[in-house]
Design a protein. Structure first.
Length: 213
């Protein structure tokens, strides 16, 4: 069985995130949204996040300013996480979830997140929707190729316009895979250890990324 968790980073976007939510509602798929605190400065942005939570999606913390946390001192790392926490606290799940921007983490970042009550969530499927060569729809095939090789998959996507445009295609093609299902992150406790193992072997390649995660 291919169990797939969809995750979306860098939102909310006032135009694209509602479109993503519309597709997820239509397809009856629940996802995990990692919220960037600075995006909540846009009028109406918190209402989009509230809608996501209301519709059953998980809300995670993606820091405030999208910095490489592994390059910051400990007090700034904590501040980046806490500033966003204070903005989304009412919408976070009981077991709070955190994803460092760019996946840029180390023992210090993980320890601070853990001390603040967060579980760090990375990914083992990168849709690469952030790459120019995968726009507008090439990222769908990139994601599917990886999903087919993983028993449990956490798929990294972003709140981009072209991602919203072709999200339904990804969901429909994934559903057509033999023995595939979409699950919410908290429904599969073993996903965390699976992704941690993958991350150790792939972190160098992910570190070469030029677009935000």
């Amino acid at each position: 069985m291919h169990s797939v968790v969809l995750t979306f980073d860098d939102g909310p976007d006032p135009e694209h995130t509602p479109r993503i939510l519309d597709v997820l509602a239509k397809e009856r798929v629940q996802a995990l949204f990692f919220i960037l605190g600075m995006r909540l400065e846009t009028p109406g942005a918190i209402e989009i996040v509230r809608r996501a939570a209301r519709e059953g999606h998980l809300i995670g913390n993606h820091s405030y300013g999208h910095h490489r946390l592994n390059q910051l001192p400990a007090d700034q790392i904590a501040s980046e996480i806490l500033k966003t926490h204070h903005l989304i606290a009412e919408l976070e799940p009981k077991r709070k979830l955190f994803r460092p921007p760019f996946g840029a983490s180390n023992k210090t970042v993980e320890a601070i997140a853990r001390k603040l009550g967060y579980r760090t969530v990375l990914w083992n499927v990168d849709s690469a929707d952030w790459k120019e060569e995968n726009k507008p729809s090439g990222w769908v095939g990139v994601a599917l190729k990886q999903i087919q090789t993983r028993y449990l998959a956490i798929c990294l996507c972003h709140d981009y316009g072209h991602t919203a445009d072709h999200l339904q295609q990804l969901i429909e093609r994934t559903k057509r895979l033999s023995r595939s299902q979409f699950v919410r992150y908290d429904e599969r406790k073993s996903l965390t250890s699976m992704v941690r193992g993958w991350w150790g072997s792939a972190s160098r390649e992910v570190g070469k990324r030029i677009e935000p995660a």
